[in-house]
Design a protein around this ligand. Structure first.
Ligand code: CTP
Ligand code: MG
Length: 393
C-alpha cells in the first residue's frame, strides 16, 4: 500500500466563529474539533504520518492534545503562516511520504472512508479533491441585479481532503511561489501548473466549521454518529474484563482515573501506576482480542517509564479504532479503604470519556471497600476491576 503524509491545516484565527480563540480548539460533542479531525486520520491505514500546522502560540496546546488523545502518528507540529497556503507550505517541508493528503482541521466530519478513497484516487491519478455537486440554483449578479443563471450541472462545492503525489504538489507550490500566485485551495496550484485534478465524492456533512451555526450542526452530527453504533443492525458487540493492583509507596503522587488525588502516598509502578486506567485498558484490549497492556507497553521499555496512563489509554483506543471498534461503555469498581474517590469521580469520567471518544454517561467509576479485610482493607494497595463493551459494524 502506498503510504501518505497527512497535513492538517489548523493555523487559522477562527475570526468568523467569534470565540476569540483558534476555532480548532473549540469543543464539539465532548472534544476539541482538532481531536475529532486528527482521530480520523490516525485511523486510516494508508496514513503513515500526521503533521499538524497550527499558530505559533497554539503549538503547546496542540502538543498537549496529541498526548492527551494518544495520537501516535503525529510526527510534527509546526507553525503556520499568514495565509492557509503558507501554512500548508510549512507542513509540506516536513512531509516524507509519496502521497500527501491535505485537510482542514476545521472539517471534523471527514470520514476514514473519504480519506481512503482520496488517497487511492491520488495514487491512480496524481491529484484529487473531495467535492459535492452544488444543490442550490446559482446566479451571478452585479449591484443586486441578476446577470445570469449559471448551469449548475458543472458546479461543485470543493472540500478537503485534497490529495496529491508529493512530487507534483511540490512542483505546484514552487511554481506558485515563483509566480506570487495565491489560491484558496491546494488543487488550484496544481491546476495552474496544468495538472489534471480528479474529483472524489465528498459529503454534504463534511462542512467546514466557520460560523456559530456550523458549530451547532457539527455538535448534532458528531453526537449522532457516536450514538449510531447502538441503533445499527449487524453490529458486532464484544465484552472484556480487566483487573489491576498497585501497592502504596511513600513519596509518589497518587493518580487515579487520570486525576491527581490529594493523598499522603501514591502507588508504585513503572508508569504513573494509575490502577483504574490500567484495568480499563486491559478490559478494552481484552474485548478486542488484542492481549493486554503488558504486551503493548512493556515495563522493560524505557519509553513508558513515568508515562501518563491517559496517553496509554489513548493509544489503546487507537489500536481498537484501527480494527473498527468503538467503545459502548466501561464500568469500573475501585477497591480501597482510603482515599475516598467520590469527589473525583465526575472528573475521571470526563477525562476517560474524552480519551475514548465517547461521553461521560458511558463511563462509570465506583468505589468500594473490603470492610478492612485483605490487602486493600489493610491499606497496602488499591485494586480495580473493569468491564468494557465495544462494538463495530
Ligand atoms: N488555516 C491555516 N492557516 C491559515 C489560515 C487558515 O492553517 N493562515 C486553516 C484553518 O485553521 C482551517 C482551514 O485552514 O482549518 C480553513 O480556513 P478557515 O475556515 O478560513 O479558518 P480560519 O482562518 O481559522 O477562520 P476565519 O477565516 O474565520 O478566521
Ligand atoms: Mg480564514
Amino acid at each position: 500500500m502506498t503510504k501518505a503524509s497527512a497535513l492538517i491545516a489548523a493555523a487559522g484565527a477562527g475570526e468568523r466563529l467569534g470565540r476569540g480563540i483558534n476555532k480548532v480548539f473549540v469543543e464539539v460533542a465532548g472534544k476539541p474539533i482538532l481531536a475529532h479531525t486528527v482521530s480520523v486520520f490516525e485511523s486510516c491505514e494508508a496514513v503513515e504520518e500526521i503533521i499538524i500546522i497550527t499558530g505559533e502560540s497554539d503549538i503547546e496546546a496542540a502538543d498537549e492534545l496529541v498526548g492527551r488523545f494518544g495520537f501516535a502518528k503525529v510526527r510534527h507540529i509546526v507553525a503556520g503562516g499568514a495565509q492557509r497556503q503558507d501554512s500548508v507550505l510549512n507542513g509540506l517541508e516536513r512531509a516524507t511520504c509519496e502521497i500527501i493528503t491535505i485537510h482542514d482541521a476545521a472539517r471534523p466530519m471527514v470520514t476514514v472512508d473519504m480519506v481512503d478513497r482520496s488517497i487511492a484516487k491520488a495514487v491512480e491519478m496524481g491529484a484529487c479533491i473531495a467535492a459535492v455537486p452544488v444543490i442550490d440554483t446559482i446566479k451571478s449578479a452585479q449591484d443586486g441585479i441578476v446577470a445570469a443563471t449559471v448551469d449548475r450541472s458543472f458546479l461543485y462545492s470543493v472540500q478537503t481532503p485534497q490529495t496529491f503525489r508529493a512530487d507534483l504538489l511540490r512542483s505546484a507550490y514552487e511554481q506558485a511561489y515563483a509566480d506570487g500566485f495565491y489560491a484558496t485551495d491546494d488543487a488550484a496550484l496544481v491546476e495552474q501548473l496544468g495538472g489534471k485534478v480528479a474529483i472524489v465524492q465528498g459529503s454534504y456533512d463534511n462542512i467546514k466549521v466557520t460560523t456559530p451555526s456550523d458549530l451547532h450542526i457539527a455538535e448534532v452530527k458528531l453526537r449522532a454518529s457516536s450514538r449510531e453504533i447502538d441503533s445499527e443492525r449487524n453490529v458486532e458487540m464484544r465484552t472484556g474484563i480487566g483487573f489491576d493492583v498497585h501497592k502504596f509507596a511513600d513519596g509518589r503522587d497518587l493518580w487515579l482515573g487520570g486525576v491527581k488525588i490529594d493523598y499522603e502516598k501514591g502507588l508504585m509502578g513503572h508508569s504513573d501506576a494509575d490502577v483504574i486506567l490500567h484495568a480499563v485498558s486491559d478490559a478494552l484490549l481484552g474485548a478486542a482480542g488484542l492481549g493486554d497492556i503488558g504486551r503493548h507497553f512493556p515495563d522493560s521499555d524505557l519509553a513508558y517509564k513515568g508515562i501518563s496512563s491517559l496517553a496509554l489509554l489513548g493509544r489503546v483506543n487507537n489500536l481498537l479504532a484501527v480494527d473498527g471498534w468503538r467503545v459502548v461503555n466501561v464500568d469500573t469498581v475501585v477497591i480501597c479503604e482510603r482515599p475516598k474517590i467520590a469527589p473525583y469521580i465526575d472528573q475521571m469520567r470526563e477525562l476517560i470519556s474524552d480519551v475514548l471518544d465517547t461521553v461521560p454517561d458511558r463511563i462509570s467509576v465506583k468505589g468500594t471497600t473490603t470492610e478492612r479485610l485483605g490487602f486493600t482493607g489493610r491499606g497496602e494497595g488499591i485494586a480495580c476491576q473493569a468491564v468494557a463493551v465495544i462494538a463495530r459494524s
